[in-house]
Ligand binder design. Structure first.
Ligand SMILES: C[S@@+](CC[C@H](N)C(=O)[O-])C[C@H]1O[C@@H](n2cnc3c(N)ncnc32)[C@H](O)[C@@H]1O
Length: 268
């Protein structure tokens, strides 16, 4: 593939942004170029312009490109301090508030599943007689496939507390499989945070290390979309290097010990 010209770079950058919210700045240009190169090779195309024409005509190919440019780094029990606040703050508070004993959680940008599976283990443990529903979504078909499979090599399960590993996973070959009692409470779905309507009525939303790749406008839209998809007494977790500072949003900043998170509190 030839090097991207200034015009070509801007065309791809804008199209990816419009379709997904992911913003490629000049610094990230080499990443975009290398992922495009790989895609062109797989699509058997030489010319970048031909590929651009293809993605403007084919929704399928656009989705494949978006998948190819995502960053999917994740791990079980990532950012331990969030889990401390989740267990000791959020769950304890919702136990007092939710008389119907049901809990709905959305892991938005769930990557290969480590985040929703970690949260499911904690909820199953702490709320044994509750109805637990988790929706886990991503824009990448590849990661969703791996997440649904729920099989992880030994090196990837290191963050899981030993008692959870024993209780909720089965050793298979060189790795571990998630047991059905955890799998069954999670629905993995394709969902694009930029352009698709939100799911509804969540008590908790986790969207960590996702909006970091968006520009300010797309971040604000996504965050306010979450607000509308949450119940009147609910909690939002974002990544520890992300913030709602400077955004026009009704979320209230709150803290449980060391854990920083946001709350929606309306009419209660
Ligand atoms: C770095 S991973 C974060 C995974 C997990 N939340 C965590 O913190 O460990 C970011 C994920 O966001 C997804 N993503 C990026 N843009 C998205 C969009 N517009 N809609 C839905 N998911 C998106 C990517 O495919 C990727 O899997």
């Amino acid at each position: 593939m030839e090097q991207l010209s200034e015009i070509q770079f801007k065309k791809f950058r804008d199209l990816i942004y419009d379709a997904s919210g992911m913003h490629f700045s000049e610094i990230n240009r080499p990443i975009l170029e290398s992922r495009l190169k790989e895609r062109l090779r797989k699509a058997n195309l030489e010319s970048v312009d031909d590929y651009y024409t293809l993605i403007t005509k084919s929704d399928e190919e656009l989705k494949i490109l978006l998948d190819a440019v995502t960053t999917n780094l994740t791990s079980f029990f990532r950012n331990k301090v969030h889990f401390t606040g989740f267990e000791n703050g959020v769950i304890e508070d919702l136990k007092k508030v939710k008389k119907d004993k049901t809990i709905r959680l959305w892991s938005a940008g769930c990557s290969t599943g480590e985040e929703p599976y970690s949260l499911a283990m904690v909820l199953k443990d702490k709320l044994p007689d509750w109805k637990i529903e988790i929706v886990a979504s991503d824009i990448s078909f590849n990661v969703l496939m791996k997440a649904r499979e729920g099989y992880y090599p030994k090196a990837r399960v290191v963050g899981i507390p030993p008692e959870y590993l024993k209780r909720f996973m089965t050793e298979v070959g060189d790795g571990y499989s998630i047991k059905d009692e955890i799998k069954n409470i999670i629905t993995f779905d394709y969902h694009n945070l930029k352009n698709e309507p939100s799911f509804k009525k969540f008590d908790i939303v986790f969207c960590r290390n996702v909006i970091i790749y968006f520009d300010a406008k797309a971040q604000e839209d996504v965050i306010n979309g979450f607000y509308n998809s949450m119940t009147n007494h609910s909690y939002l977790f974002i990544g520890h290097s992300e913030s709602l500072f400077g955004m026009k949003t009704k979320f209230i900043f709150t803290k449980f010990d060391e854990t920083c998170l946001y709350m929606k509190k309306e009419g209660v």
